[in-house]
Design a protein. Structure first.
Length: 161
């Protein structure tokens, strides 16, 4: 009898499991970073429901997590306004792991080293479910938008350019 391969859980999955939030895991073959549009293509997830995670830092040195559609860019001025900062900038790629505990291309808004304020692009509310990074390259999670808002405490706003 063959042993069933045990699924390797990420911090994001453990948090959802702990809070008894149901989600779907989509795996895809990928050895290195690919952008969110290609990730959606690889998983078959609808691109308009697929969201990427960006980590920004304010003048105050506080970090913020912005979750927006994979095809969009962040409007830094609007993001700063929502965060109550004078200005925001993307953190350098080399700092992603140190700040979040995740690698570029596998950065989930769930389960970072610390809980940072989370902002979700408001068009996510148009969908019952959204797709986000599962916490490692090759893993995407699909969960109810309302569950995402509840578990992250995210505020919604229009910060996509």
């Amino acid at each position: 009898m063959a042993k069933k391969e045990k699924e390797i859980k990420t911090n994001a999955m453990r948090i959802l499991d702990r809070h008894k939030i149901s989600y779907e895991t989509l795996q895809y073959e990928c050895g290195e970073f690919v952008d969110g549009i290609h990730t959606a293509e690889l998983t078959g997830a609808p691109a308009e429901q697929s969201f990427k995670t960006l980590v920004l830092q304010g003048k105050s040195r506080q970090y913020y997590v912005f979750v927006l559609p994979v095809a969009d860019e962040v409007d830094l001025k609007e993001a700063a306004r929502l965060a109550g900062e004078k200005s925001l900038e993307m953190i350098p790629v080399k700092e992603i792991t140190g700040v979040t505990g995740y690698v570029r291309g596998g950065c989930s808004p769930l389960g970072m080293k610390k809980q940072y304020p989370v902002f979700l692009q408001e068009n996510a509310l148009d969908y019952d479910r959204i797709y986000i990074s599962g916490g490692r390259i090759g893993t995407t999670l699909c969960l109810k938008t309302e569950d995402f808002l509840e578990i992250t405490g995210a505020k919604t706003g229009n910060f996509a350019a």
